[in-house]
Ligand binder design. Sequence first.
Ligand SMILES: Nc1ncnc2c1ncn2[C@@H]1O[C@H](COP(=O)(O)OP(=O)(O)OP(=O)(O)O)[C@@H](O)[C@H]1O
Ligand SMILES: [Mg+2]
Length: 399
Amino acid sequence: MSQQRSAEPSPFSPGYGRAPLVFGGHAEELAELTAVFETLDFGENQTVLLSGLRGSGKTSMLAKIQDHARDSGWLVISDDASAGLMERVMETTIPGLMSEVSVDARRRLTGLGIWKFSAQWEYIDRHREIKPLLRRDLVALSEELSHSGSPAGILITIDEVSSGKTRLRELARFALELSHAIGEGANLMVVFAGIRVNLEALVNEEHTTFLRRSRDLDFRRLTPAETRFVLEESIRIGGKAIDEDALTSLVSVSQGYPYLVQLAGDYAWRNSESKSSITLSDAQAAHGKAIAAVERRVISRVYQDLSEVDQQFIAAMAVDDGPSRVSDIVRRLEVSDQYVQVYKKRLIESGYVQTDGRGLVTFSLPYLRDYVRSLTADDLGTGATDDWDHFPPLSPQAG
Ligand SMILES: Nc1ncnc2c1ncn2[C@@H]1O[C@H](COP(=O)(O)OP(=O)(O)OP(=O)(O)O)[C@@H](O)[C@H]1O
Ligand SMILES: [Mg+2]
């Protein structure tokens, strides 16, 4: 029989919000959170703030938690922190959840007079005599769930927390309703996800101080062992094998950055076409493509998330080939040492930068340096080159 076979579909899923076939790392946190769905013993897991840079796997984690919650009979409300959140949840999501509870439960719930449904259980509107409040809906639903055979609760996940002023105010109002519902004993687990500065802005809003007691999950990179597992296991499930040197090479290029793990795996897989095994040359062919794609799709957005001053700080770091001395950054930015320390601290807390001991700072995100250099090559004269360097632009007067 011939070795030839048609190319199998790639088991990798590079893209925002595309759940990976193999979810690497975070096993402990996931186990702790999902245990609550069985025990209803919330401990420190009643509210969770999930932070991490773009492409670090926040949305994928939320999807994982939601799957576990549903498996345990919990109701799930998942949405983005975009305009109209409260209305969407109260007018669409919660009435929609009615189809997930038993007929008896539905009858009892509508008996409370909070919602009006047709004989076919089509949601009509809100009962007029009672002021519609999200906390009331949640308390009623939670109470019903806690009386069922296997007590359950409600998981609420809000992704893409952003820091616009009106957005934050609206989100804070939403959060306040959640805190009241929790205060009245509703079994809620609440997870907010976003980049760190935006979550901090949310916590600093009026009425959201209860979020200070949240469990903090900060997603950085996967470890080399976790990265290896994701690559190898995805490839195995996809129906191929990978040579040891090729695997090592893909681990190196991806640097444990989830989005890049998927991109590198995907390019290597595609390069191997109909072969049954991925070789070093496939992995090498993936290098350049994967890095270019991650810079275009992810790193550029990571960079845009930074404030102008943060960007200047990063640019001043990118001058160096390795870790930067803080004193050099002070000099390059022509600002005070104190000023630089404030921004350094912020960037470290947000996960963009890490200390390298003895006052040195370095990029924690692979390839951010190269990206910044490509943007600022002219300003900084860093000598970043590309093929166009052989074809300098002509001035209008020339020729
Ligand atoms: N734990 C993981 N193991 C393997 N791959 C992962 C993991 N988490 C996420 N990925 C992959 O990384 C990519 C980005 O994931 P995701 O969209 O969840 O990131 P994010 O943090 O939500 O990004 P953003 O901030 O832009 O919304 C996807 O291709 C996803 O399949
Ligand atoms: Mg996301």
